[in-house]
Design a protein around this ligand. Structure first.
Ligand code: RM4
Ligand code: MN
Length: 394
């Protein structure tokens, strides 16, 4: 067993961590729940302006979360210029714009894949609205999760659905300005259970390759069958330059959207290890590290702070891997030494290193405790009365 924290490696890790940013989802700050119950919480944001205020708290205490993704239409406002200015005043900016193809009666049998061209046109037009929001807010990422699929064998022609999808996606892609990207997400089941139309990274990648350079894959860590080797997918997408973003969260059973790193911290470490090995942590690598989570029972701002800390911890451990020793062991066929190079890094307590990072940025070493002391939770519970709390699906 070796301690991977050499002075050089720690210094390099600190420098890389100082540059790392994590994007927060606006919907994490609204109420959410399961199909059984949505629990309200005191002080929850009532509109996109308040969601951004809450996201800015996460950035204020972690120094690592300067962007907020929006969901359209959940976050529609009259004046997006004003929303972007509000974000800038609070020290954050607008990140990816998520389209929504899963809450309209017309989409019962699909949206971009629907047999009826009029429905497909409507779903494409929704993305024109999203691109307008991008122009008004300075966002460069259009994120598309396709909820389309079928429940029964024979319900629709699987191949025809792919052809319609390719055609619809081309129309969406044509809406993009230069410098904008299309982030295409996949999910293996739900809301349909027989066949999703973009069930896996291969399908997403094929569509991205057909579209062009501005199309990349989104990997949501909760969207795979149990036991899937997610870091393999990360590696493969990085190899072909098409990993556009993560939606980070944890799962035990389905698309649980729990706090990232809570269910399987070793998996998160293995994912970040592939990122570091491919030098994809650099801010200009093109990989957007986003969270896609819902805090159904825990308080939302502390839940997001915890999530950012978990990503930072996994990243710090990945940065501490002794890559020379790892390569030497791999080349000499020393299986246990190679595995040990990873587990030594994973077993390292990186909290002191991260405390050092925060102090060097003038932040409290413990963002979670500093937020609790700030009085923000009590103030919003007192002041945010009346109106309707934001909710997943509102
Ligand atoms: C989907 C998918 C999308 C997210 C919605 C809320 O399952 O993960 O990324 O926008 O949920
Ligand atoms: Mn997602």
């Amino acid at each position: 067993m070796t301690d991977p924290r050499t002075p050089d490696r720690s210094a390099a890790a600190l420098a890389a961590l100082a540059e790392q940013t994590i994007e927060l989802p606006s919907w994490a700050f609204g109420n959410s729940g399961t199909r059984f119950k949505v629990f309200g919480q005191p002080g929850v944001a009532r509109d996109p302006f308040e969601k951004i205020e809450d996201a800015a708290q996460v950035h204020r205490f972690t120094g690592a979360a300067p962007r907020v993704s929006l969901h359209v239409p959940w976050d529609l406002v009259d004046d997006f210029g004003k929303l972007a200015a509000h974000a800038a005043d609070l020290g954050v900016s607008i990140g990816a714009i998520n389209s929504n193809l899963f809450q309209d009666d017309d989409y019962r049998l699909g949206s971009l894949t629907h047999p009826d061209e009029a429905v497909r046109d409507k779903a494409v037009a929704h993305h024109a609205q999203c691109v307008d929001v991008m122009r008004a807010t300075g966002s460069t990422d259009l994120k598309l999760w396709l909820p389309d699929g079928t429940n029964y064998a024979g319900q629709d022609d699987l191949r025809a659905r792919q052809d319609r999808l390719a055609d619809s996606l081309q129309q969406v892609y044509a809406l993009l300005d230069p410098g904008m990207r299309l982030l295409l997400e996949y999910k293996f089941y739900e809301p349909y259970f027989y066949a999703m139309d973009i069930p896996d990274w291969g399908t997403s990648l094929l569509h991205c390759l057909a579209l062009g350079e501005q199309a990349t894959v989104v990997l949501d860590t909760g969207h795979h069958a149990p036991g899937t080797n997610i870091e393999f997918i990360v590696m493969q997408l990085l190899r072909v330059g098409r990993l556009g973003a993560f939606d980070f969260n944890s799962r035990y059973y389905g698309d649980d959207d729990l706090i990232v790193g809570s269910a399987d911290p070793f998996q998160l470490f293995r994912i970040m290890n592939e990122i570091v090995a491919a030098d994809a942590l650099r801010p200009d690598s093109g990989v957007n590290f986003m969270l896609d989570q819902c805090h159904n029972i825990e308080p939302k701002i502390p839940g997001q702070i915890r999530s950012v800390l978990n990503v930072q911890e996994a990243t710090a451990k990945a940065l501490l891997v002794d890559r020379q020793a790892l390569t030497a062991a791999q080349q000499s066929g020393d299986v246990l030494a190679a595995h040990g190079a990873l587990t030594d890094a994973f077993s390292t307590d990186v909290r002191p290193l991260l405390a050092e990072l925060r102090e060097s940025k003038g932040l409290d070493a413990d963002p979670y405790a500093a937020y609790a002391r700030s009085g923000h939770a009590e103030r919003t519970a007192r002041e945010r009365v009346g109106g309707t709390q934001a909710s997943w699906g509102a």
